[in-house]
Design a protein around this ligand. Structure first.
Ligand SMILES: *[C@@H]1O[C@H](CO)[C@@H](O)[C@H](O)[C@H]1NC(C)=O
Ligand SMILES: *[C@@H]1O[C@H](CO)[C@@H](O)[C@H](O)[C@H]1NC(C)=O
Ligand SMILES: *[C@@H]1O[C@H](CO)[C@@H](O)[C@H](O)[C@H]1NC(C)=O
Ligand SMILES: *[C@@H]1O[C@H](CO)[C@@H](O)[C@H](O)[C@H]1NC(C)=O
Ligand SMILES: *[C@@H]1O[C@H](CO)[C@@H](O)[C@H](O)[C@H]1NC(C)=O
Ligand SMILES: *[C@@H]1O[C@H](CO)[C@@H](O)[C@H](O)[C@H]1NC(C)=O
Ligand SMILES: *[C@@H]1O[C@H](CO)[C@@H](O)[C@H](O)[C@H]1NC(C)=O
Ligand SMILES: *[C@@H]1O[C@H](CO)[C@@H](O)[C@H](O)[C@H]1NC(C)=O
Length: 642
């Protein structure tokens, strides 16, 4: 046996893949802090030297590394467009190049926030209060907050006042409708932050301090109002909405959509109590305060996009174009970055991993630990059978070029070297396209696509919520996420884990009320009241968590993927990597935990809390690290749901 492995090792060392694997393996060891006890603080043990090892490399998380690499690749690709003679002036290549080139070469002053505000005014013939000439008076009577909000929403403005999104109809998942009030204000920006932003717009210090404090008051009032709202989802027409809230939502929507609507236009309303109180809160404040709140919010929205404030830096411009023109960038990346066979091999591997995990989960559902009725088990299994995974947002059709060309056919970027103008034009175009999806059924199967406005490549690369589909961004087709040459233990321990998490999101009580087609169904609609679920949740809630639904996913995804790899039915490769003494079980958990470092979950728990919840509920963890029975991460009782 000894002899055999040595020979195999020597052989594989000759290949490049093997040597790069070895480098990654030794990195895994270097990041560990062996002075820590894995059974007490696994994060410290597995990753205690992470920042030290990567000092000076600008690496805080490995996911971030993948995004950086992706953006570098995009930049190379965009730079190459420079030397291409476009036969067709209206090609996507030409349009992408124009935006990228404008971003990297336009005068700096066209990147300034002030310039954006000059291009987007609060109303026709009304400038922002910040542009009132010295000694002049801002004609505040001409300010109408709802009109201004609508004018900004045309650029996709994600705002605190009336959050607006698209959602599928609950009884027909092929139709979209507008949903209002979905993202209540979570954290209020610091007063000093708002003040600085205003000063950067050349507002005097004195005035900025005053306005910032008023804006913060307004934001606190809005937050309070949102927190007091316990209302359930409601469906109503714009006419009913107007009666209840005294907000002329019809007029607002006509400006946002750029077309007229009838009074029976249907809306999903998530926070009616909040919306009913909104007008009163806003009217408590001076117009100047409200207008300035919108100025600040709009700039924050623009700032939150990848590559914002590039000031012409080509790397940041590439990142900006990557999200601003996502469909075009994805199309170019996919075709220029991969060879056809290479791409196919990658995608097949992703499908293989998905299938393995889905089979493990299917078997678990069949075991029916929760003693559900057979109709319920069938509902759960049908959902899983119907679930698909895809790499890329674009529809999986033969002629993607036509699709993308058509998508951009009405975007005309002129050759003015004005970056703010170009970005606003692209944003307005994108958001118009997104809203046009309201007018037709969502395509199904391979043809499926649903555009959202994406502000960041990393955090918004995947989305679910619809039609049982998991969409992964192209950037995952590279290390550290994945490469076709990787050992199966690494493919499963991270990409597998991500996919398992995405599958499980569909098994959250909220999504359980949707069937395999994505329509609402009465089966399992009240899963939250099921005793087995209640018991599982209260067990998982033994250690503190910020959000129980993320906790469920943290714990179950690891269980599912660990079981997929090490379970008795697994046929995945268990060859010990050469010259590497760490057992596969440990390697799996180390590789997994290092990839969580610096991962920002937003509403979920901090990294260490989430990692420790995952491993302490995994039976194999205690065994793998020979933890004593009284160790913190080796509790006598383990929790699970399914
Ligand atoms: C779906 O719900 C809407 C109301 O929200 C109703 O008008 C429509 O008839 C329903 N369709 C079906 C097929 O149940
Ligand atoms: C469910 O939604 C699909 C489209 O997503 C639609 O074709 C189908 O008719 C709906 N089924 C029911 C029972 O409403
Ligand atoms: C703005 O703040 C000042 C003091 O910070 C306060 O006196 C004034 O009433 C506030 N204005 C409004 C409209 O809230
Ligand atoms: C399911 O039923 C079995 C046998 O009746 C029982 O032992 C088990 O505790 C039940 N599980 C749950 C979660 O209710
Ligand atoms: C996990 O292992 C793979 C393969 O060696 C590697 O590419 C990846 O970077 C590793 N992950 C971490 C966190 O080191
Ligand atoms: C399904 O949707 C219809 C129409 O929106 C609604 O009336 C019904 O209550 C929903 N059913 C469930 C179980 O949510
Ligand atoms: C979890 O426990 C905390 C207190 O320990 C409690 O406030 C919270 O409601 C619990 N959450 C769930 C979902 O049971
Ligand atoms: C576990 O028990 C051993 C032996 O009783 C003791 O030495 C150790 O301190 C305990 N560890 C913890 C974390 O309680």
């Amino acid at each position: 046996m000894e002899r055999l492995t040595r020979i195999v090792c020597l052989l594989s060392l000759l290949g490049l893949a093997a040597s790069s694997n070895e480098g990654a393996l030794s990195l895994i060891l270097q990041r560990m802090d062996r002075s820590a006890d894995p059974c007490e603080d696994f994060q410290k043990f597995s990753s205690g030297k992470f920042l030290e090892v990567h000092e000076g490399e600008n690496v805080y998380s490995l996911q971030n590394v993948a995004v950086q690499k992706y953006n570098e690749q995009l930049q190379e690709l965009f730079d190459d467009l420079k030397d291409t003679n476009f036969i067709d002036e209206s090609s996507v290549e030409e349009k992408v190049w124009q935006l990228y080139n404008t971003c990297s070469t336009a005068p700096k002053k066209t990147h300034s926030w002030k310039h954006y505000l000059q291009l987007v005014s609060p109303n026709l013939d009304l400038p922002w209060p910040q542009f009132t000439p010295r000694g002049g008076e801002w004609p505040q009577e001409r300010f109408q907050w709802l009109v201004t909000l609508a004018r900004l929403r045309r650029f996709g403005f994600k705002n605190f006042l009336i959050p607006m999104d698209l959602t599928t109809k609950s009884n027909d998942s092929s139709q979209l409708l507008i949903s209002l009030g979905s993202h209540p204000i979570k954290t209020i920006p610091e007063v000093s932050d708002t003040e600085e932003l205003l000063i950067s717009l050349k507002v005097s210090r004195e005035k900025a301090a005053l306005l910032a404090s008023n804006i913060t008051d307004l934001e606190s009032d809005l937050q309070k109002l949102a927190e007091e709202d316990n209302s359930l989802v409601q469906y109503m027409t714009t006419e009913e909405f107007e009666e209840r809230t005294s907000i002329s939502i019809g007029h607002y929507l006509e400006i946002v959509l750029g077309s007229s609507i009838d009074s029976g236009f249907e809306l999903e309303v998530l926070q009616i109590t909040y919306l009913e109180g909104l007008k009163n809160v806003i009217e408590k404040y001076d117009s100047e305060v409200v207008a300035t709140h919108l100025v600040v919010g709009f700039i924050r929205y623009l700032k939150s996009m990848d590559g914002s404030e590039s000031n012409g830096d080509p790397a940041m411009c590439a990142a900006a174009v990557g999200v601003l023109m996502q469909p075009a960038s994805e199309f170019l990346y996919k075709n220029l970055h991969f060879g056809e066979e290479e791409l196919q091999r990658n995608v097949e591997e992703v499908q293989r991993i998905f299938k393995i995990i889905s089979n493990t989960f299917m078997a678990r559902l069949a075991d029916n630990r929760l003693n559900l009725t057979s109709a319920e088990v069938q509902h759960l299994q049908e959902k899983l059978s119907a679930m698909t995974v895809r790499v890329g947002n674009l529809p999986n059709v033969e002629d993607q070029r036509s699709f993308v060309t058509n998508f951009y056919s009405d975007l005309n970027l002129n050759t003015n070297l004005d970056y703010a103008e170009a970005q606003l034009k692209v944003l307005e175009h994108l958001n118009r396209k997104i809203l046009e999806q309201l007018d037709r059924p969502i395509p199904r199967g391979k043809e499926f696509y649903l555009f959202h406005s994406q502000l960041n490549a990393a955090t918004e690369g995947t989305f679910y919520e619809t039609n049982n589909m998991i969409i992964l961004p192209y950037l995952i087709l590279q290390e550290p996420y994945f490469s076709p040459e990787m050992h199966d233990v690494f493919k499963l321990s991270y990409l597998g884990y991500l996919i398992a998490g995405e599958i499980l999101i569909y098994y959250d009580p909220y999504y359980l009320s949707f069937d395999s087609l994505g329509n609402n169904s009465t089966l399992l609609g009240n899963f939250e009241e099921h005793q087995g679920y209640i018991d599982g949740i209260s067990c998982l809630n033994r250690t503190e968590t910020r959000a129980i639904s993320y906790r469920v996913i943290d714990v179950l995804a690891l269980e599912l993927v660990y079981d997929s790899y090490f379970g008795k039915d697994s046929t995945l490769s268990k060859d010990q990597p050469c010259f590497f003494k760490v057992p596969l079980e440990q390697l799996f958990l180390l590789n997994f935990s290092q990839l969580l470092i610096g991962n920002y979950y937003g509403l979920g728990d901090p990294n260490d809390v989430s990692l420790h919840a995952s491993v302490s509920n995994l039976k194999a963890f205690g065994e793998t690290f020979s933890c004593p029975a009284n160790a913190t991460l080796n509790p006598p009782i383990r929790c699970t749901i399914w």
